[in-house]
Design a protein around this ligand. Sequence first.
Ligand SMILES: Nc1ncnc2c1ncn2[C@@H]1O[C@H](COP(=O)(O)OP(=O)(O)O)[C@@H](O)[C@H]1O
Ligand SMILES: O=P(O)(O)O[C@H]1O[C@H](CO)[C@@H](O[C@H]2O[C@H](CO)[C@@H](O)[C@H](O)[C@H]2O)[C@H](O)[C@H]1O
Length: 439
Amino acid sequence: MLTELLTGWIAHQRWFAGKGRPIDALAVDSDLELAPGLRHLIVSVRQGETRDRYQLLLGCRQEIPDRLTHAQIGYADGQGFYDAAHDADLTGTLLEAMAAGRDLGPLRFRHLEGAGIDTSQRSLVLGAEQSNTSLVYGDAYICKLFRRLIPGVNPELEITNALALRKAAHIAQPYGWIETDLDGEPTTLAMTQEFLSNANDGWALALASVRDLYNSPERSASDAGGDFSAESFRLGTATAEVHREMAAAFPTGVMEAAEVKSLMEDQRRRLARAVEEVPELAARAHVAEEAYQRVVDVAHAVPVQRVHGDYHLGQVMRTPTDWIILDFEGEPGQPLAERRALSSPLRDVAGMLRSFDYAARHLLADHPEAGDLHAQAVEWAELNRSSFLAGYSAGGGRLRGEDAVLLRALELSKAVYEVVYEARNRPSWLPVPLAAFDA
Ligand SMILES: Nc1ncnc2c1ncn2[C@@H]1O[C@H](COP(=O)(O)OP(=O)(O)O)[C@@H](O)[C@H]1O
Ligand SMILES: O=P(O)(O)O[C@H]1O[C@H](CO)[C@@H](O[C@H]2O[C@H](CO)[C@@H](O)[C@H](O)[C@H]2O)[C@H](O)[C@H]1O
Protein backbone atom coordinates (compact mmCIF):
# COMPACT_ATOMS: atom_id res chain seq x y z
CA MET A 1 0.00 0.00 0.00
CA LEU A 2 1.34 3.41 -0.96
CA THR A 3 0.48 5.04 2.40
CA GLU A 4 2.51 2.41 4.24
CA LEU A 5 5.47 3.02 1.96
CA LEU A 6 5.18 6.79 2.45
CA THR A 7 4.92 6.40 6.24
CA GLY A 8 8.20 4.50 6.41
CA TRP A 9 9.97 6.82 3.98
CA ILE A 10 8.86 10.25 5.25
CA ALA A 11 10.06 9.57 8.80
CA HIS A 12 13.69 9.62 7.57
CA GLN A 13 13.58 12.78 5.48
CA ARG A 14 15.72 15.72 6.69
CA TRP A 15 12.80 18.07 6.15
CA PHE A 16 10.35 15.95 8.16
CA ALA A 17 9.43 17.98 11.25
CA GLY A 18 8.24 14.97 13.28
CA LYS A 19 11.52 13.04 13.39
CA GLY A 20 11.95 10.92 16.51
CA ARG A 21 8.21 10.73 17.21
CA PRO A 22 6.03 7.79 16.09
CA ILE A 23 3.69 8.40 13.15
CA ASP A 24 0.14 7.42 14.17
CA ALA A 25 -1.31 7.79 10.69
CA LEU A 26 -0.51 9.13 7.22
CA ALA A 27 -3.29 9.98 4.76
CA VAL A 28 -3.13 11.19 1.15
CA ASP A 29 -5.25 14.36 1.06
CA SER A 30 -4.71 15.09 -2.63
CA ASP A 31 -3.09 13.21 -5.51
CA LEU A 32 -2.73 15.03 -8.84
CA GLU A 33 -1.03 13.81 -12.00
CA LEU A 34 1.17 16.68 -13.25
CA ALA A 35 2.59 14.71 -16.17
CA PRO A 36 2.90 11.03 -17.13
CA GLY A 37 4.77 9.34 -14.26
CA LEU A 38 4.71 12.48 -12.08
CA ARG A 39 2.17 12.99 -9.30
CA HIS A 40 1.84 15.81 -6.76
CA LEU A 41 0.66 14.62 -3.34
CA ILE A 42 -0.32 16.46 -0.22
CA VAL A 43 -0.23 14.09 2.74
CA SER A 44 -1.38 14.55 6.33
CA VAL A 45 0.78 13.07 9.06
CA ARG A 46 -0.76 12.60 12.49
CA GLN A 47 1.55 12.26 15.49
CA GLY A 48 -0.21 12.38 18.83
CA GLU A 49 -2.07 15.69 18.94
CA THR A 50 -0.27 17.19 15.93
CA ARG A 51 -1.33 16.94 12.27
CA ASP A 52 1.14 18.26 9.72
CA ARG A 53 0.80 18.38 5.98
CA TYR A 54 3.63 17.84 3.53
CA GLN A 55 3.92 17.99 -0.22
CA LEU A 56 5.60 15.23 -2.21
CA LEU A 57 6.54 14.87 -5.85
CA LEU A 58 5.90 11.20 -6.53
CA GLY A 59 7.65 9.51 -9.44
CA CYS A 60 6.01 6.30 -10.67
CA ARG A 61 7.72 3.69 -12.88
CA GLN A 62 7.39 -0.05 -13.44
CA GLU A 63 11.10 -0.35 -12.67
CA ILE A 64 13.10 2.32 -10.82
CA PRO A 65 16.39 2.87 -12.73
CA ASP A 66 19.76 2.74 -10.94
CA ARG A 67 20.19 6.51 -11.25
CA LEU A 68 17.12 6.94 -9.00
CA THR A 69 17.56 4.18 -6.42
CA HIS A 70 18.80 6.76 -3.88
CA ALA A 71 15.37 8.42 -4.17
CA GLN A 72 13.40 5.17 -3.97
CA ILE A 73 10.34 5.07 -1.75
CA GLY A 74 9.43 1.47 -2.59
CA TYR A 75 7.23 -0.79 -4.68
CA ALA A 76 3.47 -1.25 -4.21
CA ASP A 77 0.58 -2.37 -6.39
CA GLY A 78 3.04 -3.38 -9.12
CA GLN A 79 4.56 0.12 -9.32
CA GLY A 80 7.89 1.59 -8.29
CA PHE A 81 7.58 4.90 -6.37
CA TYR A 82 10.33 7.45 -5.73
CA ASP A 83 10.92 11.08 -4.79
CA ALA A 84 10.57 12.73 -8.21
CA ALA A 85 12.47 15.81 -7.01
CA HIS A 86 15.52 13.75 -7.99
CA ASP A 87 14.29 13.01 -11.53
CA ALA A 88 15.36 15.74 -13.97
CA ASP A 89 13.25 14.05 -16.64
CA LEU A 90 10.17 15.03 -14.62
CA THR A 91 11.06 18.25 -12.76
CA GLY A 92 11.17 20.22 -16.02
CA THR A 93 7.36 20.11 -15.78
CA LEU A 94 7.49 22.58 -12.87
CA LEU A 95 9.67 25.11 -14.70
CA GLU A 96 7.63 24.85 -17.91
CA ALA A 97 4.35 25.36 -16.02
CA MET A 98 5.73 28.44 -14.18
CA ALA A 99 7.04 29.88 -17.47
CA ALA A 100 3.62 29.34 -19.05
CA GLY A 101 1.63 30.58 -16.04
CA ARG A 102 -0.38 27.36 -16.19
CA ASP A 103 -3.06 25.93 -13.89
CA LEU A 104 -2.84 22.17 -13.35
CA GLY A 105 -5.86 21.06 -11.36
CA PRO A 106 -5.86 23.08 -8.11
CA LEU A 107 -2.16 23.97 -8.55
CA ARG A 108 -1.42 27.42 -9.94
CA PHE A 109 1.98 28.03 -11.55
CA ARG A 110 2.99 31.70 -11.87
CA HIS A 111 5.94 33.84 -12.93
CA LEU A 112 6.83 37.43 -12.17
CA GLU A 113 5.87 39.87 -14.91
CA GLY A 114 8.67 40.10 -17.43
CA ALA A 115 10.61 37.21 -15.89
CA GLY A 116 11.98 35.17 -18.79
CA ILE A 117 12.49 31.53 -17.71
CA ASP A 118 14.76 29.24 -19.76
CA THR A 119 12.87 25.94 -19.57
CA SER A 120 15.74 23.95 -21.10
CA GLN A 121 17.59 23.97 -17.76
CA ARG A 122 17.69 20.56 -16.05
CA SER A 123 17.51 20.23 -12.27
CA LEU A 124 19.63 18.69 -9.54
CA VAL A 125 18.60 18.46 -5.88
CA LEU A 126 20.71 20.80 -3.75
CA GLY A 127 22.83 18.86 -1.28
CA ALA A 128 22.81 21.52 1.50
CA GLU A 129 21.24 20.73 4.88
CA GLN A 130 17.73 22.10 4.49
CA SER A 131 14.33 22.34 6.13
CA ASN A 132 12.88 22.10 2.59
CA THR A 133 14.03 20.69 -0.77
CA SER A 134 15.68 22.91 -3.37
CA LEU A 135 16.02 22.05 -7.06
CA VAL A 136 18.85 23.83 -8.87
CA TYR A 137 18.12 24.22 -12.60
CA GLY A 138 21.42 24.49 -14.45
CA ASP A 139 23.25 27.45 -12.90
CA ALA A 140 20.28 29.75 -13.47
CA TYR A 141 17.46 29.02 -11.02
CA ILE A 142 16.80 27.47 -7.65
CA CYS A 143 13.27 26.24 -6.89
CA LYS A 144 12.57 25.72 -3.20
CA LEU A 145 9.81 23.22 -2.50
CA PHE A 146 8.27 24.03 0.87
CA ARG A 147 7.89 20.53 2.24
CA ARG A 148 5.83 21.18 5.39
CA LEU A 149 2.74 23.16 4.36
CA ILE A 150 1.19 25.82 6.52
CA PRO A 151 -1.86 27.55 5.00
CA GLY A 152 -1.07 31.04 3.69
CA VAL A 153 1.37 32.87 1.46
CA ASN A 154 4.92 32.02 2.53
CA PRO A 155 6.68 35.12 3.92
CA GLU A 156 9.73 34.30 1.80
CA LEU A 157 7.73 34.73 -1.42
CA GLU A 158 5.85 37.77 -0.09
CA ILE A 159 8.98 39.59 1.08
CA THR A 160 11.26 38.66 -1.84
CA ASN A 161 8.66 39.76 -4.41
CA ALA A 162 8.00 43.05 -2.57
CA LEU A 163 11.71 43.83 -2.28
CA ALA A 164 12.26 42.94 -5.95
CA LEU A 165 9.48 45.36 -6.93
CA ARG A 166 11.40 48.06 -5.04
CA LYS A 167 14.59 46.99 -6.84
CA ALA A 168 16.13 46.47 -3.41
CA ALA A 169 19.76 45.37 -3.20
CA HIS A 170 21.00 42.26 -1.37
CA ILE A 171 18.29 39.80 -2.55
CA ALA A 172 18.23 36.94 -5.08
CA GLN A 173 15.87 37.93 -7.88
CA PRO A 174 12.56 35.98 -7.80
CA TYR A 175 11.26 34.35 -11.01
CA GLY A 176 8.10 32.46 -10.16
CA TRP A 177 6.14 30.34 -7.72
CA ILE A 178 3.58 27.55 -7.31
CA GLU A 179 0.52 27.92 -5.10
CA THR A 180 -2.73 26.16 -4.27
CA ASP A 181 -5.61 26.65 -1.83
CA LEU A 182 -5.17 24.92 1.52
CA ASP A 183 -7.99 25.25 4.07
CA GLY A 184 -9.42 27.89 1.75
CA GLU A 185 -6.25 30.03 1.82
CA PRO A 186 -3.87 30.69 -1.11
CA THR A 187 -0.80 28.72 0.03
CA THR A 188 2.72 28.82 -1.40
CA LEU A 189 4.06 25.42 -2.46
CA ALA A 190 7.34 26.51 -4.05
CA MET A 191 9.24 29.55 -5.20
CA THR A 192 11.92 29.98 -7.85
CA GLN A 193 14.65 32.61 -7.74
CA GLU A 194 18.00 33.28 -9.39
CA PHE A 195 20.67 30.77 -8.43
CA LEU A 196 23.79 32.55 -7.17
CA SER A 197 26.24 30.21 -8.88
CA ASN A 198 29.32 32.28 -8.01
CA ALA A 199 28.47 32.79 -4.34
CA ASN A 200 29.70 31.30 -1.08
CA ASP A 201 27.54 30.47 1.90
CA GLY A 202 28.16 32.79 4.87
CA TRP A 203 28.41 29.87 7.27
CA ALA A 204 31.11 28.17 5.20
CA LEU A 205 33.08 31.41 4.91
CA ALA A 206 32.91 32.07 8.66
CA LEU A 207 33.99 28.50 9.47
CA ALA A 208 36.96 28.86 7.11
CA SER A 209 38.03 31.95 9.02
CA VAL A 210 37.68 30.23 12.40
CA ARG A 211 39.53 27.14 11.13
CA ASP A 212 42.37 29.35 9.90
CA LEU A 213 42.63 30.94 13.34
CA TYR A 214 42.54 27.61 15.16
CA ASN A 215 45.30 26.31 12.90
CA SER A 216 47.47 29.27 13.93
CA PRO A 217 46.53 29.70 17.62
CA GLU A 218 49.47 31.97 18.36
CA ARG A 219 47.86 34.66 16.20
CA SER A 220 44.93 36.85 17.25
CA ALA A 221 41.63 36.80 15.37
CA SER A 222 42.45 40.09 13.62
CA ASP A 223 45.88 38.84 12.49
CA ALA A 224 44.80 35.42 11.26
CA GLY A 225 44.86 35.04 7.48
CA GLY A 226 41.11 34.49 7.39
CA ASP A 227 40.16 37.65 9.30
CA PHE A 228 36.41 37.82 8.66
CA SER A 229 35.67 41.10 10.44
CA ALA A 230 35.60 43.27 7.32
CA GLU A 231 33.00 40.90 5.88
CA SER A 232 31.02 41.01 9.12
CA PHE A 233 31.00 44.81 8.85
CA ARG A 234 29.72 44.66 5.25
CA LEU A 235 27.10 42.09 6.28
CA GLY A 236 25.93 44.43 9.03
CA THR A 237 25.56 47.26 6.52
CA ALA A 238 23.65 45.05 4.07
CA THR A 239 21.36 43.91 6.90
CA ALA A 240 20.51 47.50 7.84
CA GLU A 241 19.82 48.35 4.18
CA VAL A 242 17.45 45.39 3.76
CA HIS A 243 15.71 46.30 7.03
CA ARG A 244 15.19 49.82 5.66
CA GLU A 245 13.71 48.42 2.42
CA MET A 246 11.43 46.06 4.38
CA ALA A 247 10.21 48.97 6.51
CA ALA A 248 9.37 50.85 3.32
CA ALA A 249 7.71 47.88 1.62
CA PHE A 250 5.50 46.74 4.51
CA PRO A 251 3.57 48.33 7.41
CA THR A 252 5.60 49.41 10.45
CA GLY A 253 4.55 50.22 13.99
CA VAL A 254 5.58 50.88 17.56
CA MET A 255 5.60 48.24 20.29
CA GLU A 256 4.65 50.18 23.43
CA ALA A 257 6.32 49.48 26.78
CA ALA A 258 3.36 47.37 27.94
CA GLU A 259 3.62 45.19 24.82
CA VAL A 260 7.37 44.82 25.36
CA LYS A 261 6.63 43.54 28.88
CA SER A 262 4.05 41.14 27.44
CA LEU A 263 6.64 39.95 24.91
CA MET A 264 8.96 39.10 27.81
CA GLU A 265 6.14 37.12 29.43
CA ASP A 266 5.84 35.14 26.19
CA GLN A 267 9.60 34.53 26.29
CA ARG A 268 9.31 33.29 29.88
CA ARG A 269 6.62 30.79 28.82
CA ARG A 270 8.72 29.68 25.86
CA LEU A 271 11.69 29.24 28.23
CA ALA A 272 9.62 27.11 30.61
CA ARG A 273 8.54 24.82 27.75
CA ALA A 274 12.13 24.57 26.54
CA VAL A 275 13.36 23.60 30.03
CA GLU A 276 10.75 20.84 30.13
CA GLU A 277 11.96 19.50 26.78
CA VAL A 278 15.70 19.98 27.33
CA PRO A 279 16.70 19.39 30.99
CA GLU A 280 20.27 20.65 30.35
CA LEU A 281 18.76 24.15 30.05
CA ALA A 282 17.32 24.13 33.59
CA ALA A 283 20.55 25.15 35.40
CA ARG A 284 21.04 28.03 32.94
CA ALA A 285 17.45 29.29 32.65
CA HIS A 286 17.97 32.00 35.29
CA VAL A 287 20.36 33.81 32.94
CA ALA A 288 17.53 34.27 30.42
CA GLU A 289 14.97 35.05 33.12
CA GLU A 290 17.21 37.81 34.54
CA ALA A 291 17.71 39.27 31.06
CA TYR A 292 13.96 39.28 30.41
CA GLN A 293 13.38 40.96 33.78
CA ARG A 294 15.91 43.69 32.94
CA VAL A 295 13.88 44.46 29.79
CA VAL A 296 10.72 44.72 31.89
CA ASP A 297 12.49 47.01 34.39
CA VAL A 298 13.50 49.53 31.69
CA ALA A 299 10.71 48.83 29.17
CA HIS A 300 10.23 51.57 26.57
CA ALA A 301 8.51 51.81 23.19
CA VAL A 302 10.44 50.23 20.31
CA PRO A 303 9.88 50.47 16.53
CA VAL A 304 8.67 47.28 14.86
CA GLN A 305 8.48 46.12 11.24
CA ARG A 306 8.62 42.98 9.11
CA VAL A 307 11.89 41.14 9.75
CA HIS A 308 13.76 38.10 8.41
CA GLY A 309 12.91 36.06 11.51
CA ASP A 310 15.48 33.27 11.18
CA TYR A 311 18.59 35.25 10.44
CA HIS A 312 21.94 33.45 10.59
CA LEU A 313 25.11 32.89 8.57
CA GLY A 314 23.48 30.03 6.66
CA GLN A 315 20.90 32.47 5.29
CA VAL A 316 23.37 34.81 3.61
CA MET A 317 25.62 34.36 0.59
CA ARG A 318 28.69 36.31 -0.50
CA THR A 319 28.96 36.98 -4.24
CA PRO A 320 32.13 38.59 -5.66
CA THR A 321 30.54 42.00 -5.09
CA ASP A 322 27.83 41.74 -2.44
CA TRP A 323 26.13 40.02 0.49
CA ILE A 324 22.79 38.48 -0.52
CA ILE A 325 20.15 37.69 2.11
CA LEU A 326 18.03 34.56 1.56
CA ASP A 327 15.21 32.58 3.12
CA PHE A 328 12.84 35.19 4.52
CA GLU A 329 10.43 32.49 5.67
CA GLY A 330 11.00 32.99 9.39
CA GLU A 331 11.56 30.27 11.98
CA PRO A 332 10.51 26.93 10.44
CA GLY A 333 7.45 25.45 12.07
CA GLN A 334 6.22 28.62 13.74
CA PRO A 335 2.62 29.65 12.92
CA LEU A 336 2.43 31.85 9.84
CA ALA A 337 0.82 34.71 11.77
CA GLU A 338 3.85 34.75 14.13
CA ARG A 339 6.28 34.67 11.21
CA ARG A 340 4.50 37.62 9.53
CA ALA A 341 4.06 39.65 12.73
CA LEU A 342 5.88 42.98 13.12
CA SER A 343 9.00 42.62 15.29
CA SER A 344 11.95 44.68 16.38
CA PRO A 345 14.72 44.50 13.72
CA LEU A 346 16.99 43.78 16.69
CA ARG A 347 15.59 40.24 16.52
CA ASP A 348 17.53 39.71 13.28
CA VAL A 349 20.60 41.45 14.71
CA ALA A 350 20.42 39.06 17.69
CA GLY A 351 20.08 36.06 15.35
CA MET A 352 23.24 37.00 13.47
CA LEU A 353 25.17 37.69 16.71
CA ARG A 354 24.22 34.17 17.79
CA SER A 355 25.53 32.84 14.51
CA PHE A 356 29.00 34.27 15.09
CA ASP A 357 28.98 32.41 18.39
CA TYR A 358 27.95 29.23 16.57
CA ALA A 359 30.76 29.57 14.03
CA ALA A 360 33.36 30.19 16.77
CA ARG A 361 32.28 27.31 18.98
CA HIS A 362 31.04 24.69 16.50
CA LEU A 363 34.56 23.59 15.56
CA LEU A 364 35.53 23.25 19.23
CA ALA A 365 32.95 20.50 19.76
CA ASP A 366 35.32 17.67 18.85
CA HIS A 367 38.63 19.59 18.54
CA PRO A 368 41.56 17.86 20.34
CA GLU A 369 42.85 21.19 21.76
CA ALA A 370 39.43 22.71 22.49
CA GLY A 371 40.53 23.90 25.94
CA ASP A 372 43.48 25.85 24.53
CA LEU A 373 41.39 27.39 21.76
CA HIS A 374 38.57 28.66 23.92
CA ALA A 375 40.16 32.13 24.21
CA GLN A 376 40.52 32.34 20.42
CA ALA A 377 36.87 31.30 20.01
CA VAL A 378 35.74 34.09 22.30
CA GLU A 379 38.04 36.62 20.59
CA TRP A 380 36.89 35.63 17.09
CA ALA A 381 33.24 35.87 18.11
CA GLU A 382 33.68 39.22 19.89
CA LEU A 383 35.62 40.76 16.96
CA ASN A 384 32.98 39.73 14.41
CA ARG A 385 30.02 40.58 16.59
CA SER A 386 31.31 44.11 17.13
CA SER A 387 32.20 44.49 13.43
CA PHE A 388 28.70 43.37 12.43
CA LEU A 389 27.12 45.86 14.87
CA ALA A 390 29.39 48.65 13.60
CA GLY A 391 28.36 47.85 10.03
CA TYR A 392 24.70 47.74 11.01
CA SER A 393 24.95 51.22 12.52
CA ALA A 394 26.93 52.52 9.53
CA GLY A 395 24.16 51.22 7.27
CA GLY A 396 21.58 53.25 9.19
CA GLY A 397 20.34 50.48 11.47
CA ARG A 398 18.99 51.69 14.82
CA LEU A 399 21.30 50.62 17.65
CA ARG A 400 20.86 52.93 20.62
CA GLY A 401 22.29 52.59 24.11
CA GLU A 402 18.87 51.85 25.54
CA ASP A 403 18.47 48.99 23.05
CA ALA A 404 21.33 46.97 24.55
CA VAL A 405 19.14 45.38 27.23
CA LEU A 406 16.52 44.30 24.68
CA LEU A 407 19.22 43.04 22.27
CA ARG A 408 20.72 40.84 25.00
CA ALA A 409 17.30 39.42 25.86
CA LEU A 410 16.56 38.70 22.19
CA GLU A 411 19.90 36.93 21.85
CA LEU A 412 19.11 34.67 24.80
CA SER A 413 15.60 34.10 23.45
CA LYS A 414 17.16 32.91 20.17
CA ALA A 415 19.54 30.70 22.14
CA VAL A 416 16.54 29.10 23.89
CA TYR A 417 15.01 28.36 20.47
CA GLU A 418 18.36 26.93 19.29
CA VAL A 419 18.65 24.67 22.33
CA VAL A 420 15.32 23.08 21.41
CA TYR A 421 16.21 23.01 17.70
CA GLU A 422 19.54 21.26 18.32
CA ALA A 423 18.08 18.83 20.86
CA ARG A 424 15.55 17.74 18.22
CA ASN A 425 17.76 17.81 15.12
CA ARG A 426 21.48 17.79 16.02
CA PRO A 427 21.98 16.67 19.65
CA SER A 428 25.77 16.77 19.32
CA TRP A 429 25.50 20.52 18.61
CA LEU A 430 23.60 21.18 21.86
CA PRO A 431 26.66 22.52 23.77
CA VAL A 432 26.89 25.41 21.27
CA PRO A 433 23.64 27.23 22.18
CA LEU A 434 23.96 26.15 25.84
CA ALA A 435 27.25 28.09 25.99
CA ALA A 436 25.29 31.30 25.34
CA PHE A 437 24.06 31.17 28.95
CA ASP A 438 27.57 30.80 30.36
CA ALA A 439 29.00 33.99 28.79
N1 LIG B 1 19.45 31.76 -4.54
C1 LIG B 1 20.39 30.88 -4.14
N2 LIG B 1 21.54 30.73 -4.85
C2 LIG B 1 22.48 29.84 -4.46
N3 LIG B 1 22.37 29.04 -3.38
C3 LIG B 1 21.24 29.15 -2.65
C4 LIG B 1 20.20 30.06 -2.98
N4 LIG B 1 19.19 29.94 -2.06
C5 LIG B 1 19.61 28.98 -1.19
N5 LIG B 1 20.83 28.52 -1.53
C6 LIG B 1 21.61 27.49 -0.82
O1 LIG B 1 20.69 26.59 -0.22
C7 LIG B 1 20.90 26.55 1.21
C8 LIG B 1 19.56 26.38 1.90
O2 LIG B 1 18.76 27.46 1.48
P1 LIG B 1 17.57 27.94 2.44
O3 LIG B 1 16.78 28.95 1.71
O4 LIG B 1 18.15 28.29 3.77
O5 LIG B 1 16.75 26.58 2.56
P2 LIG B 1 15.89 26.12 3.83
O6 LIG B 1 14.98 27.24 4.18
O7 LIG B 1 15.19 24.91 3.30
O8 LIG B 1 16.91 25.79 4.91
C9 LIG B 1 21.55 27.88 1.53
O9 LIG B 1 22.35 27.79 2.71
C10 LIG B 1 22.43 28.09 0.30
O10 LIG B 1 23.64 27.36 0.46
O1 LIG C 1 18.16 27.39 7.91
P1 LIG C 1 16.83 27.05 8.47
O2 LIG C 1 15.76 27.96 8.02
O3 LIG C 1 16.46 25.61 8.30
O4 LIG C 1 16.99 27.31 10.08
C1 LIG C 1 17.01 26.21 11.01
O5 LIG C 1 18.21 25.44 10.82
C2 LIG C 1 19.45 26.15 11.08
C3 LIG C 1 20.58 25.17 10.85
O6 LIG C 1 20.57 24.81 9.48
C4 LIG C 1 19.46 26.71 12.51
O7 LIG C 1 20.63 27.56 12.64
C5 LIG C 1 21.52 27.27 13.71
O8 LIG C 1 22.67 26.62 13.15
C6 LIG C 1 23.37 27.41 12.18
C7 LIG C 1 24.56 26.58 11.73
O9 LIG C 1 24.10 25.38 11.10
C8 LIG C 1 23.84 28.73 12.83
O10 LIG C 1 24.47 29.54 11.84
C9 LIG C 1 22.65 29.47 13.41
O11 LIG C 1 23.12 30.64 14.08
C10 LIG C 1 21.90 28.58 14.38
O12 LIG C 1 20.70 29.24 14.77
C11 LIG C 1 18.25 27.59 12.71
O13 LIG C 1 18.25 28.05 14.09
C12 LIG C 1 16.97 26.80 12.42
O14 LIG C 1 15.85 27.68 12.50
